[in-house]
Write a protein of this length. Sequence first.
Length: 331
Amino acid sequence: MTNRGTIFSGMRPTGRLHIGNYLGALTNWVDLQADYDCIYCAVDVHALTTLDSPEDVRAIRPNIREMVLDWLAAGLDPERSIIFVQSQVPEVLTLHTLLSMVTPLGWLMRVPTFKEKVRQMSETEESVNYGLVGYPVLQTADIILYKANAVPVGEDQLPHLELAREIVRRFNNMFGPTFPEPQAKLTEVPMIRGLDGQQKMSKSLDNHIDIAFTPEETVKRVRTAFTDPQRTKRDIPGRPDICNVYSLHKIFNPGDVDTVHEECTTAARGCVDCKMHLAEGINRSLEGLRERRRELEARPGYVDDVLEEGARKAKAIGRETIAEVMGKMGL
């Protein structure tokens, strides 16, 4: 690595990414490559904390492939970034175990996302798996194994990173300076609402648009989008400021926003026409990415080669870190 500063970030492998993932994280990851040494990880071990069935486990590997294809098609460059799968670098699990010895349980039980996950899973705190409780410790290990000093996050993720910083401070105080405290690389993360017009775009809510959809699939999905609920007839003027289709026009058809607003509020265009216009904008914006994805997908073994080389580079860094940590801990 160079002295440019090191970025670490990861995604759980849920398969193909949707436009919320693309706009909220992936485009920023691509841009960061110009100024930082970047390490990007498919965090498959993290995925195990909330799996419900053997089918979910079997889906992890194909999901990794689909997700990494999206990464590469969007512009992540294996010549400039380390791209790998978390479980292929077992040193992170070693560091997770060692960090767990110095992390108070009370810190983990107070994490808001832990309580929210328990609520979503309809479980009690006594019945959830240890991995879910220790998730922030593994997340910290992900970052500091590579001595990353910056993590791209939105404002809502700052509490997660602060816990990582607390764990680092505690370790450094006990065993001597070892890890940099990872700083937040604040990014403006747009909240992309899904096709229901209400909640954040999510596969689990089936309100998403995959970036790898075909143009025809995109049109079909966009046609299901909710618009202004009061516009029940074509000749009723619309209210674009409360319509999610209009908010997506701002992203995918920025040059047409004024026209869309005027024609909607004067009933000069209907919602079906507006959705078709949006689908055209999405397809136009993603055309190049989709073409690159098809080209990469047609290259046998390419994704595996990228991940294998990334894991090799990540392991080399991880081994040095673990040797240092174990020496300082007297192991």
